[in-house]
Design a protein around this ligand. Structure first.
Ligand code: TTP
Ligand code: MN
Ligand code: MN
Ligand code: MN
Length: 414
């Protein structure tokens, strides 16, 4: 009797949350090219509500969920969400081994410059494009233009450019989690500090560290974030912080946007002491040669980094810090850290939301809305037919309410 394996003939489900999507799959040669086109499309448009970028993302997601390497275009046509443009790119890679369109984007200076500028903390596609159109091409062009009034986050983004564009390792994330947790325990014993985001999905590198803080007793999380920040500040562990209050309004669940949530949070930059970082750092990229791509910068399969080597060179090399003694080597590395506070009653939803991926969440919320008449946010799940909230004490509960098979975090990498 055959075991329950998925049949090749069985059509792929429409929603990404109905599928299993792992970090490693059989079609990186196509998905790396599509990810680059997604990123490029995001540079051309304003970032949000970008349908072209979304179309590339959805096509890539279908290929990631495929159980074998794609070998012919007819098979791609049968997969969900593969639009005309993506199909052409796939066909080129099948026929020629690379995509001319991707190659041309890599060869031009727009993509490279946009990667460089959007790599500055606090700079989005709109600002980066404005600078590109002004004629700026290097970080020094930005630094040396006295007419630009840079925001506080952008200034620190320039100062710490190299640090913040070096991927955070899992080992560093663990160190930061421990640092935060030890302060949290002193303030509120029994509180929980969980590493979420890409690391929880099994990534070994990330652009930041996402820590979800809660306490099993509802209410004990109140005031915790500002107290933790005060302690971290006291130990001189923060280079930057910006806190937002909890703006959650339970009465407005039906109007909620798909991606925003309203938890109390802090976007920060930690000073991670270099002596704490072991020598096993900066593991070399996984050696894959994605189609249509010249030099692969990092092993993050989600975000192409063609311009990276040039970018870091342009960033101006040495890791000195412009505060005080200008020539002094700093003893720490800047690392982006997101701290989020969730009350116990919303914790399961917050955990799903902050584990991601962003695109997995998007599909989960669309699925809830269109297939179950439910509104899902990072705070609650609301049944719009029965007019009731569905409490959850675990991620399994959330999937169960949605009548979806449970997906492990490692299976949410779409
Ligand atoms: P990110 O840290 O932006 O992404 P990531 O951890 O998946 O990848 P990376 O390695 O590049 O850091 O966000 C983490 C998750 O949190 C993401 O899946 C979506 C969610 N999220 C929210 O729910 N609300 C927010 O405001 C943000 C910024 C993210
Ligand atoms: Mn061709
Ligand atoms: Mn993250
Ligand atoms: Mn984050």
């Amino acid at each position: 009797v055959p075991v329950a394996t998925e049949s090749i003939a069985e059509p792929m489900p429409k929603y990404e949350c109905q599928r299993i999507t792992r970090l490693k799959h059989h079609n990186h040669r196509f998905t790396t090219a599509l990810a680059l086109l997604e990123e490029h499309a995001g540079y051309l448009q304003s970032g949000k509500q970008d349908s072209r970028a979304l179309a590339f993302r959805k096509a890539a997601c279908s290929l990631k969920a495929l159980h074998h390497p794609l070998t012919n275009i007819e098979e791609a046509r049968k997969l969900p969400h593969i639009g005309r443009h993506s199909l052409e790119v796939i066909q080129d890679i099948l026929e020629d081994g690379f995509s001319r369109e991707v190659q041309d984007i890599c060869d031009g200076d727009f993509y490279e410059t946009m990667q460089l500028f959007t790599g500055i903390f606090g700079v989005g596609a709109t600002t980066a494009r404005k600078w590109y159109e002004t004629g700026f091409r290097t970080l020094d062009d930005i630094r040396n233009d006295s007419t630009l009034s840079l925001k506080r986050d952008q200034k620190i983004g320039l100062d710490l450019y190299q640090d913040l564009n070096t991927p955070v390792s899992l080992a560093e994330a663990d160190i930061i989690q421990d640092l935060v947790n030890s302060e949290v325990q002193k303030l509120q014993p029994g509180a929980t500090v969980v590493l979420t985001g890409g690391f929880r999905r099994g990534k070994t590198e990330g652009h930041d560290v996402d820590l979800l803080i809660s306490h099993p007793t509802e209410g004990k999380e109140t005031g915790l974030l500002s107290a933790v920040l005060a302690r971290l500040r006291g130990k001189d562990l923060l280079a930057y912080e910006t806190m937002s209050a909890n703006t959650y309004d339970p009465s407005s669940v039906s109007k909620k946007e798909y991606t925003l949530d309203h938890f109390e949070r802090c976007f920060s930059i930690f000073k991670l002491d270099k002596s704490l970082i072991s020598s096993t750092q900066n593991a070399k990229p996984t050696s894959e040669s994605p189609a249509g791509v010249v030099q692969q910068g990092t092993s993050n399969p989600d975000r192409p980094h063609q311009g990276e080597e040039v970018s870091l060179e342009r960033a101006g090399g040495t890791a000195s810090f412009s505060e005080g003694d200008k020539t002094a080597e700093k003893t720490w590395v800047g690392r982006r850290v997101d701290l989020i506070i969730a009350p116990a009653s919303q914790y399961a939803y917050a955990l799903v939301g902050w584990t991601g991926s962003k695109h997995f969440n998007r599909s989960l919320r669309l699925y809830a809305d269109h297939e179950r008449n439910m509104k899902l946010t990072s705070h609650v799940l609301y049944d719009t037919v029965k007019h009731q909230y569905l409490p959850a004490s675990s991620e399994e509960d959330v999937f169960h309410h949605l009548q979806l098979p449970y997906r492990e975090p490692a299976e949410r990498n779409c």
